[in-house]
Design a protein around this ligand. Structure first.
Ligand code: GLA
Length: 385
């Protein structure tokens, strides 16, 4: 992949100086979904699928972008960065805009981008692009930003240029990932701990529905607002409550259920999921992967029936493994409405499961089912020869 992006860079920008190359990975999340923007916890990790950026300075003030995935270019002046009608440049330009807003002087540059994070698969290809860009510009222009500052600029770029009011999980995982470890991140204090993720003879299998989620299609932002509404109702009685992190089921029963059943359902899922993650982390520390797996199934049920961010295809894939003794946990992953399920499965059972599921999936939905065995890798870095 690294060589591929370098070749593309040299072909598109034959006169440019030799570029820096940055790798920023996609992510998985074991448990803790839709909890980040509610100031709860998440348990993500960076994976072996990544976005690569090749970047070099220019003598003028122009920003030249090239995306290998689309074989498309985009050019804009550094003092006229704005949301583009094309989709892909926004994840890069949004970061440039955020850095400029912080007062950094970003000069002209040429950038080529490519990678093997499947797009729209719930593996956070967009966060990987944003983090790769932030990392690249920080290196290229010597901005001196910390990793956390880059994460925050990248997250804000998603809000402003992609219109998704995402939490901090995806960008944090892409930047802070650590090989063979998951990150237990407290999304309120931004304190985090690495937890070794030892699966022994189990693997992480991702099953891609090939249903492209469109988070900005407002459902994601709507869920976020529903959570905020629930908090506002509870706050009328409990002034110290700042987010669903502080809310109990009792408070929801008393102050939200009488007002709106749908909002109650949404909030109840989140409150339970925050608690479930904490219990799941204990399972992990005790080496009880099976108990953690059971919680993943429960998370799926909540996401599907209460938070309602699943879809038929995701439900089908989780149902199909529910009674399989070789699969100890499975659920939809990420924002929802498509993308991948994450499965913890005995390594020697993968082939059989995938061979069985592919034709069934095709028959049911007339779509192909893709699969990846994910390994946990380090977060964003400069690629050195
Ligand atoms: C998307 C967002 C994240 C998080 C997940 C759901 O991936 O970008 O911030 O909210 O959905 O857990």
């Amino acid at each position: 992949m690294k060589n591929q992006v370098l070749e593309q860079f040299n072909k598109i920008y034959p006169d440019a100086p030799s570029p820096l190359i940055i790798r920023s990975p996609g992510r998985i999340n074991i448990i803790g979904e839709h909890t980040d923007y509610n100031e709860g916890f998440v348990l993500p990790a960076a994976i072996d699928k990544a976005i690569y950026v090749a970047i070099a300075k220019r003598d003028d003030d122009e920003i030249h972008l090239y995306a290998g995935d689309y074989n498309e270019s985009h050019v804009v002046n550094a003092d006229a960065v704005a949301i583009s009608e094309k989709h892909w440049p926004n994840y890069i330009l949004g970061v440039v805009d955020q850095l400029q807003k912080k007062g950094f002087n970003i000069g002209g540059f040429s950038l080529a981008i490519d990678g093997d994070v499947p797009l729209g698969a719930g593996l956070s290809s967009s966060a990987a692009v944003e983090c790769a860009t932030a990392f690249a510009l920080n290196e290229l222009f010597g901005l001196g930003l910390t990793k956390l500052e880059m994460v925050k600029r990248a997250q804000k770029a998603e809000h402003t240029f992609a219109g998704v009011m995402c939490g901090i999980m995806d960008q944090f995982a892409s930047m802070f990932g650590k090989k063979d470890n998951v990150i237990q991140l407290d999304c309120r204090s931004i304190e985090y701990e690495y937890e070794p993720f030892e699966l022994k003879d189990y693997k992480i299998l991702l099953l891609n529905t090939n249903v492209k989620h469109s988070l900005s299609s407002s459902a994601y932002n709507e869920r976020r607002q529903q959570c905020e509404q629930g908090v506002a109702w509870v706050r009328e009685y409990h002034k110290d409550v700042l987010s669903l992190r502080d809310v109990t089921i009792q408070m929801l029963n008393d102050h939200v259920l009488p007002k709106d059943e749908l909002i109650y359902k949404r909030c109840k899922y989140v409150v339970e999921e925050i608690e479930r993650l904490l219990q799941g982390c204990k399972d992990l520390q005790e080496g009880d992967i099976k108990a953690l797996g059971k919680k993943m199934f429960r998370t799926h049920e909540g996401l599907s029936k209460e938070y309602e961010v699943s879809c038929e295809e995701l439900d089908f894939l989780v149902d199909a493994v529910k009674d399989n003794p070789d699969v100890i946990g499975a659920r939809m992953m990420g924002g929802g409405f498509g993308g991948c399920t994450i499965n913890i499965i005995k390594e020697d059972a993968i082939d059989e499961l995938v061979n069985k599921l592919k034709p069934l999936y095709k028959q049911a939905f007339d779509k192909d089912l893709d699969h990846y065995i994910a390994s946990i890798e380090d977060g964003a870095s400069l690629v050195i020869d």
